[in-house]
Write a new protein. Structure first.
Length: 102
């Protein structure tokens, strides 16, 4: 089963391995997955999906075509590793969930 635990929405920055790409508005849905079987130990798993829209001249469709893993820096300082799954700006987390950069 999964439970919606957070829905952050604001403006943030998109980066790749080379640095800053542009500013976006984001709306995310953070889901916590868990087992509904009683007494069954299941490691915590977080899945994040959502949508981004360019605030400046960032080309979301081009980033989708490249298929690279990107980073979204949220306005609260956390980061999300993600891929753009559709040229309309739909995104999906790729790894650690929301984390604070080191």
């Amino acid at each position: 089963m999964q439970r919606l635990v957070e829905q952050p929405a604001a403006e943030g920055d998109v980066l790749d391995e080379n640095g800053y790409l542009g500013r976006v508005h984001y709306h995310l849905a953070v889901y916590h997955h868990f087992s509904d079987a009683e007494g069954e130990p299941v490691p915590a798993k977080v899945e994040i999906e959502g949508r981004i829209a360019a605030v400046d001249d960032l080309d979301i469709a081009e980033l989708h075509r490249k298929g690279a893993e990107l980073i979204l820096r949220l306005d609260d300082g956390r980061s999300l590793d993600f891929r753009i799954t559709h040229e309309d700006g739909t995104i999906h987390s790729t790894g650690r969930g929301l984390h604070t950069p080191e």
